[in-house]
Design a protein around this ligand. Sequence first.
Ligand code: FEO
Length: 395
Amino acid sequence: MHQIKLADNIYFLGFNDRRTNLFENIWPIPNGISYNSYLIDDEKVAIIDTTERQFIEDYLEKIQGIIGDRKIDYLIINHMEPDHSGALRAIRARYPDITLVGNKKTFGFIENFGMDPGKVLLVNDNDRLCLGKNNLQFQTIPMVHWPETMVTYDESNKIVFSGDAFGSYGTLDGGVFDDEINLDFYEVDVMRYFTNIVGKYCPHTQRAMKKLSGLEIKMIAATHGPIWRTDLNWVLSRYTKWSSYDMEQGVVIVYGSMYGHTQKMAEVIARQLSERGIKNIRVYDSSKTHSSYIINDIFKYKGFIVGSCAYNNALFPNVETLLATIEHMAPKAHYLGIFGNFLWNGGGVNNLKKFAEMIKWEMVGEPVEEKGSLKADKFQMCIDMGNAMADKLLQ
Ligand code: FEO
């Protein structure tokens, strides 16, 4: 295999996963994902994070291909999630004298995963580790994306090994560095990785970026996706925008509909938004589109309109699941409209009102609830909702 270098003595140890359908067993990854680890071959040898367990054998082989029979001195654990710590046990078994480098939360997680951390080096913010030529510095970035996460900064080459931060879904199909790749391919996957995995922790992401802004950074090497060495602003500007809830003028309309009546209401609202000049309108059937993509667009657009038919006197289950995901991810500061449909006792709109009370987004227009097929008065209310949302977005 090719040996891919970030600098004279820093190697990329990445693997492409095109088999897994759901990342974290939740989020669809039709374009796959890469798990990136790094090796610094200095007087002391260090690896930064490991890989997912399906790649253990190839991972060990790749390391041996670089350092031969030398030993690894340090395993730096930026993040303990198993997509990066999957080879920890195997590394410990192969290199029993290795020292694990992490912060105090890291070692607690190792124990809770049933492992004895063995020899450890506990690091705090600004602590340094000299490998010979390479001086490493550590900075914790809690909740990006777990409590123990930290970054490792190579002062010599000005590379930040950033863990999940600035990562992406999508495999590395030959190209590894941003200048080797047409980044259009990663446009949606970088954002989806952010909104699905890190998006719940926007304030933490902002704090992390502020902390890293004190470093001179020439390269960002994340644990997933491309390595940023040419146009760092491509990813940094996006993270700044997304983590500050800086949204575009547009509306996501999601509905749950069994026989099409609620869908018709969505179509009317969408058309009215269009007639008012709103160009970004995404209409989703909650039964068809995975919440990964819907959440992504909710982070992107300021307007959100949700409709549900009644289902056993409650919300349509897929709408209920989506709303629970939104509540969990807690995106901020949207305009919200609600609508729905019932035939006997209702249950859709009533529960959407409860969601509105909980999420505390600014309500737009009057809730619209039709009984059965869409008739003139509720048709007009759907038009009114489209107008009310357009007024807000255009003001
Ligand atoms: Fe890629 Fe939070 O693990």
